[in-house]
Write a new protein. Sequence first.
Lengths: 258, 291
Amino acid sequence: MSLEFLSAFKFLKKETFLHNLDPRAKLLLAIIYTIEALLFQEILPLLLILISLLPIIIIGKLFKQWLKSVKGMSFLYIFIIILDTLFISEKGFSFAIAMILRISIMISAFSLFFLTVDPNDLALSLITMKIPYEYAFSFSLAFRFVPTVAIETQNIIDAQQSRGYEMQKKGIINQIKNLFPLLVPLIISSIKRAFNVAEALESRSFGNKKGRTYYYTIKFSLKDWIFSLYLILFLTFLIYVRINFMSMPIWFRWSLPL
Amino acid sequence: MTDIKPLPLIMVHNVDYVYSNGTEALKQISLNINQGEFIAIMGQNGAGKTTLIRTFNGLIRPTKGSIFIEGENIESKSIATISKKVGIIFQNPMHQLFSNTLEDEIKFSLKNLNLNKEEIKLKVDQILEEFNLEKYRKRSPLNLSGGESKKLAVASIICRDPDILVFDEPTLGQDAKEIDFFLGLIKNELERGKTVIMVTHNIEFTVEHVPRTILMGGGHIIADGPTQTIFTNEFLVSKSSLIMPQLYLFKQELQKIGIDIPKENLRENELINILENYLGKNFINLKEEKQ
């Protein structure tokens, strides 16, 4: 087992339209697509929303990483299918597929955000939103540690496997129990690292000066406005569809026979 | 009758490994390791040492080439199966300690070995005793000192009694006493016929105690041979970005002032013997001159 899918959330510097957008525009993308995913519970509209993300993914040259992030969640999909099909009496399987699409949209939107936003820019954009520097900085720091935590998780898995730990176990209770050997070391080493980072920051006088200037600045340019406008229009359209859902053509509510 | 040579315990055959980001960590690695050997794998950071040892128990599957343990290809074997023979002890003990007590920590390692309760209890007692951890038995592993938690991590692998022990940086961050304990432990395992492989940056330790060294650099094996031969070869050592051992440098200084020492002698006690002999003779000379 590898945690390769976590690399789908790691920032990689590239020169594309998407990468050059303002981080705030991309945050808007993630939020708007999350709202859109929550608007519907039917397969077709959700599928269309997911498809509408594809051009953005392709513009950002991120198809491979995106595929990885969606694939990486496959264990969750299996859970959803089993639970929904078992416990929802009417069309459980269709509902499960719809929920998988919903989760895929959210994951895709956020993975796009993480893949294209430089953690440094993220802090800057938060500051422009009037969030105090300490918080903005810790937020961006948290992002920067995602790959570190991913590597560490892999090390923990390796170390436990070397003493006979088995990743796959039968039965839900066993599977949950099986998480302890991974989660406990991970949480403890994360807390330890947090303290270490805090101490390292403080020993370099972090937070000493209140008024701070910034070497780089970010600006919401025309293309960001256009992109945001497109997102908002798309959302408005979907809200309209949701409100008038009953008067939409019948195929729009199509579902699988199960 | 023809001589039948025993198969090497570990046979690495033409192994390549490429990480998903395209980094070629191992290039055309071939090597044989026999039963009972004590080997150090050295080289600068990023040379591929850790990647190589991870292939030994299947944590990493080679992109190309194959690895045989006791003559069997491990390609299709699960990590759990290989781990019974190959125990890897990782650098950071904090990556594996999670139980409420030391006892449970050891038990976790033994659980997957199909032992019954009695056997497990016996083994836990024996291992805690051997590692001087008996007094902490009911303590949380998270409250141990750095050295002790490393001991526990080693104990949690050794209790599984693997034929091959692989250490990643065992002497890192250990004080002199802890290193001594660790050395005793390795010698004990070697006496029991085990094979020990360690990845290390500790040149002095290697020169003093490890008979065979594998030098790595840029994913290749630069040299593989007796430690004493490798660490007298300045070209090889500098090629793998290491420095010559203190004893070698000391010997050079001695040679400069005219004390002649055979080329291969690098062990501490051997050097002391030579010096004693030399000084002894001089001492006698001095005595004679005075008289």
